[in-house]
Unconditional design. Structure first.
Length: 378
């Protein structure tokens, strides 16, 4: 056993530098290394993708050294057919389409530059802006607009007796085209990433933790005041038809998210099924949602900006209507539109026309979480 083995390891793998580090030769060596490092800078993403344009799809390596290369049928497909396959892939799951960029350089080039695929995703109702509602699309309880109850006004806190019609598809397409050229540099992929939109293949969850003082026993002498750590959750699940489910509960997400369905909500409306796994849905509230667009008039919605989400739900009592004003944001570099910030929360009394604001001292922002069982969120 050598008691100086650490010193021998250091001398072998980290030998001392020879010469004076402040000498002219050392300075010249440093400047030479800096010069070479400047010449070998990492290229930008656009330059790197451009180098992949002429590459083909490589086949899989042979299983052994002397085995023939396995065939790769997809490499022989014409570009037009390959793009159509990618379109159907993106419609089924845009996340899987984006992950194709990790397969090979050819797929990375197609995912980053094929605007036909991204245009179909943006204009479609599966994940894009064809499924967004910039005006109310249904009543408070999901009924047609002709039978909807009165709604909360955004301007003078009064009650509107009529609702604006749903934004026509052609107007939506015109606004999308204008934004494409003016804001998103004529890139459909950039528009899909950065333009505010609601996600349907998951739910938004707000986790709230706060501490409140507890009551000490008058029969005991205690030096410390007891405290209670309170934890509860708020859930929001949006649907493409303009409806939404809101739930406030202390049950953790693992026991809630799979039951945030219209079927479970309908089965517990009368308070039955307390022994079912979905019994937590007896406290869920029905509602509707809309998204503020860039073409909203300030005289109609003066407090709204593009990307704001307005949610109206039924109250715990039929005479109340709850209204949430949320701001759609992005948290993190990779995920977009995965955060909802509180901007206001009100309770409207339909009989007395009173509008009361809830305090949001402890409430936190909503964060989106994907749920595979939701599929496309229909």
């Amino acid at each position: 056993m050598d008691d100086r083995v650490d010193q021998k390891y250091k001398d072998k793998h980290f030998p001392p530098r020879s010469g004076n580090p402040n000498s002219a030769d050392a300075s010249a060596a440093v400047s030479k290394i800096t010069h070479h490092s400047l010449q070998d800078q990492v290229p930008s993403i656009s330059d790197l993708i451009a180098r992949f344009s002429g590459l083909s799809i490589p086949p899989a390596p042979p299983p052994t050294e002397h085995s023939p290369t396995p065939p790769c049928p997809i490499a022989s497909l014409p570009s037009e057919i390959l793009v159509e396959i990618l379109v159907y892939t993106a419609i089924l799951d845009v996340t899987s389409f984006a992950k194709l960029a990790q397969v090979c350089k050819r797929f990375a080039y197609l995912v980053a530059t094929e605007e036909r695929v991204w245009k179909r995703v943006c204009l479609g109702s599966e994940f894009g802006f064809g499924g967004m509602h910039y005006q109310w699309n249904c009543g408070l309880l999901g009924e047609p607009l002709s039978n909807q109850p009165r709604q909360i006004s955004d301007s003078d806190e009064s009650v509107e007796t009529t609702s604006e019609p749903h934004l026509p598809d052609q107007n939506n397409l015109n606004v999308t085209q204008i934004l494409l050229n003016s804001t998103y540099r004529s890139s459909w992929m950039r528009m899909f990433r950065f333009r505010p939109r609601i996600r349907f293949n998951g739910c938004y969850i707000s986790t709230v933790n706060y501490i409140r003082p507890g009551a000490s026993s008058p029969m005991q002498i205690s030096w410390n005041t007891p405290v209670h750590i309170v934890t509860y959750y708020r859930y929001l699940r949006f649907f493409r038809d303009g409806t939404v489910i809101s739930l406030l509960t202390t049950t953790e997400p693992v026991d809630v998210v799979h039951h945030l369905t219209k079927e479970a909500l309908a089965s517990h409306r009368d308070g039955s099924g307390a022994s079912f796994p979905s019994a937590v849905m007896k406290s869920a509230l029905r509602g509707r949602w809309r998204l503020s667009g860039p073409s909203d008039r300030t005289d109609v919605h003066p407090s709204e900006a593009e990307g704001d989400v307005i949610v109206e739900t039924e109250g715990v009592d039929p005479i109340y209507i709850y209204k949430m004003h949320l701001g759609l944001r992005s948290a993190g570099r990779s995920l977009k539109n995965n955060k909802l910030l509180w901007k206001g929360y009100w309770s409207y009394h339909t009989l007395t026309d009173d509008l009361a604001e809830f305090a949001l001292r402890n409430d936190k922002a909503f964060f989106w979480s994907r749920v595979k069982s939701y599929s496309l969120g229909v």
